[in-house]
Design a protein around this ligand. Structure first.
Ligand SMILES: Cc1ncc(COP(=O)(O)O)c(C=O)c1O
Length: 398
């Protein structure tokens, strides 16, 4: 077995696909605390789109929830793990997104698994956009449903598959803002198609909540907040700066999930601190639409400074010639003090490796300018588009 693990590691290394789960270089770990020893890096990698994970109001709400409920929820929601803070969070999510009801899970991943396995089965056709997140692909596998993958963003193909279906039920599965390319689904068109063919539309708003619709999400923005055939999943771990996930939909759907969703029933409830923090973040996003506006203004500035067309979300995606080039560029930038996402197979649905930049509301103008200068040195669109020589140039300057 060890030998097999070594051979797999060797193959990953040869393909430039090695990942690590270590704290950034320059930090030391002491009693679980990160001590930054050489100045904090400029972070365009994390998903804290509105900078709420360290907002004093959000951290105070987390502390308050711990003081009231303890560190852990101690049991599944359906045993005695449901705390007042979970129901309060569900209320706040409904206010933010105009959903009829919300059910909180302990992650966005588990929310996706929970809803698709509960709606799926042999009588439910699942139609997935080919760029949907890994959690939705895993959910489709677990659902024991017939599955059709359609080309990315191809609503005509969705319509054709719906029209030809033989199963009594169908769910069309998309993301509102896609996690790797940062592009948007045509929600209005999809909702019309689904209504026409008596199907559900499941929209993963992981990257839409807090970002689109002045923070209230792309489904809200599209005027579909109350549409009973539109089901949403959200993560609390990106713009809401916390941890956890939720399914938003009708009260009937919520009741169905409470009774059938295995990732809800057989999982300890979300930790109180995460629930308290996310509830406060949801309140802030609703009360302060200027936060989402600032994020968009920063994304536009970043795209302009770097010379690429901006995508509608916070995620800006820079294609790289190869996985090795993406990794080398990300490492060079990290050494220079800039953290960017490095997306390589299997995390890229089209096989194109990328640097992934996330614009945040709390980035300062000088930080965007500094990031653009560093990025300009490693981006493949340089006059000499050979990334290797661009990186070498940067190395020479040091
Ligand atoms: C589109 C999408 N859906 C779901 C998830 C999973 O959310 P969580 O991190 O809360 O498990 C992610 C996280 O990366 C995501 O990008």
């Amino acid at each position: 077995m060890e030998q097999w693990l070594h051979s797999r590691a060797f193959v990953r290394e040869r393909r430039g696909l090695v990942r690590t789960a270590d704290a950034p270089a320059g930090t030391t770990l002491e009693s679980g605390r990160h001590e930054v020893s050489s100045g904090p890096p400029l972070d365009l990698a994390a998903n804290d789109y509105l900078g709420l994970s360290r907002d004093p109001r959000v951290t105070a709400a987390a502390i308050d929830a711990v003081a009231h409920h303890g560190c852990g929820a101690r049991a599944s929601r359906v045993v005695n793990g449901t705390l007042a803070v979970h129901n309060y969070l569900e209320e706040q999510l409904c206010l933010l997104t105009a959903a009829q009801s919300a059910l909180v899970f302990s992650s966005g991943y588990l929310a996706n698994l929970g809803v698709l396995t509960s709606l799926g089965g042999p009588g439910t056709l699942l139609i997935l956009d080919s760029h949907v997140h890994a959690s939705l692909l895993d959910a489709a596998r677990l659902a024991r449903s017939p599955v059709v993958m359609v080309a990315h963003g191809d609503t005509a193909e969705v319509g054709a598959v719906l029209a030809a279906r033989t199963q009594p039920r169908a769910v069309v599965v998309v993301e509102s803002l896609y996690s790797v390319l940062g592009d948007a689904a045509d929600l209005n068109e999809l909702a019309v198609l689904c209504a026409r063919h008596d199907a559900w539309l499941l929209v993963d708003e992981a990257h839409g909540i807090g970002v689109a619709g002045a923070g209230r999400g792309a489904v809200y923005e599209a005027g579909l907040g109350h549409a009973s055939h539109v089901v949403r999943t959200v993560t609390l771990s990106k713009a809401l700066g916390s941890q956890g996930g939720a399914v938003l939909g009708s009260a009937t759907l919520r009741e169905h999930l409470v009774n059938t969703s295995r990732t809800f029933i057989f999982d300890t409830a979300l930790a109180p601190a995460a629930a308290g923090a996310a509830a406060k973040a949801a309140q802030i996003i609703l009360a302060e639409p200027a936060l989402a506006q600032q994020l968009h203004s920063n994304a536009t500035t970043l795209a302009r400074l770097c010379g690429f067309a901006r995508s509608p979300g916070a995620v800006q995606s820079v294609p790289m010639p190869s996985a090795e080039d993406a990794l080398q560029a990300a490492q060079t930038l990290r050494t220079a003090g800039l953290l960017v996402g490095c997306f390589r197979p299997p995390s890229v649905p089209d096989g194109v490796s990328r640097l992934r930049l996330t614009a945040r509301a709390d980035l300062m103008a000088y930080e965007l300018e500094h990031a653009a200068v560093l990025l300009g040195r490693v981006m493949p669109a340089l006059p000499d588009s050979s990334l290797g020589s661009a990186v070498a140039e940067l190395d020479k300057e040091k």
